[in-house]
Design a protein around this ligand. Sequence first.
Ligand code: PXG
Length: 461
Amino acid sequence: MQTRDYQRLDRDHHLHPFTDFKALGEEGSRIITHAEGVYIFDSEGNRILDGMAGLWCVNLGYGREELVAAATQQLRRLPYYNNFFKTTHPPAVALAERLCRLAPDHLNHAFFTGSGSEANDTVLRMVRRFWALQGKPGKQWVIARENAYHGSTVAGMSLGGMAPMHAQGGPLVPHIAHVRQPYWFGEGRDQEPEAFGRECAAAIEAKILALGEENVAAFIAEPVQGAGGAIIPPASYWPAVKAVLAKYDILLVVDEVICGFGRLGEWFGSVHYDLQPDLMPIAKGLSSGYLPIGGVLVGDRVAETLIEEGGEFFHGFTYSGHPACAAVALSNLELMEAEGVVERVRDDLGPYLARRWAELADHPLVGEARSLGLVGALELVDPASGERFPKELAVGNRCRDLCFASGLVMRSVGDTMIISPPLVIARAEIDELIDKARAALDATQAQLAGLTATVQEEPLS
Ligand code: PXG
């Protein structure tokens, strides 16, 4: 089969996630055939530096034989059994124990799911059940944030704050309210970042008071928003949020699906920001994406109530704690510990990326370059005004396509360019990433100059 054959069959039979089916059918998919280390390869023989670790998940990079061995050994021994009806199996138990050891002290129980979306569905079930058991069934509302991503199931997208998803998927799950996001570059540049961060935290308090504190169950947020645009909140934000939630006894759910497992230079984003969450949904980097698995780490306060007073919890999935997925996740965590992956991100690679990434701020198209650990963002702006380009120019998408063509996966969210490379990337590979990102920025600028020239010439022709 050649590229064209795959593209034809793909167009005729395969509906891709988050895709304009018709437009992709006309353009044709890129066929990724294999991968090694931090590189993916396509059916045309191109070698591409994967600056997104797949979809924020391949933290240990591609081609790790230990993970392949963990999967195959477990598949031979026990390919499937469930965790319902008073049974379990060694990989699920071992993974639960290991996760609780790695997580902050008060998180001592794990509930497994197949994905991050299912983890957030589980969160919603647990939060509401918890308050019902506490004798406060009125506590139903969950406060989330605009432009947040918490998954694509109906509950996940309702918790999320993605307007285009809400527009297509309604009616949404009721009793979910959204507040503004701490996106300084996008929404707060008329203020000092720290004042803006406090204002965003104050918006949560205002929402609690508007809904009635006796009606609010939880607040859910990512430590750093990923899909929303690698949004790193001002330093004032999280301490102020914590204080508000404590004042009104609102549970804190920290969605660690992207920030967990080393992305920010700690095992969890909650550790970086000292968040002490009541519930922590996890997925992605848990298995470095080699097999699908997610879960919720449950803090003692919620767990004790569910265990001591809850009776049966009517919730779970066929693949909750799937043995092969759990074995791969366990092996992944063992490798990360043995190789000091998280410490290397914190002490070496994160600071190195920060230094090199910041150099891109001198490019005329870049309004801001920010990074934390191994996640980074560039805000593209019109050099003439320092403001955003008109949406119709789709500058971010242009830059992304030029990046891909030059051998780098860098994502765009609107006109924000994002990287989140595997945590095992070498310094020399970070250098390559920076060079390719700069080349793509130059190419984007040249393309835009070409467009402007055409527009200006039009009246003459
Ligand atoms: N929470 C967060 C914070 C996520 O980033 C999910 C939950 C849902 O996980 P699952 O495993 O159900 O996909 C995610 C997923 C993007 C993109 O375009 C990001 C995600 C998924 C798809 C696309 O950046 N994150």
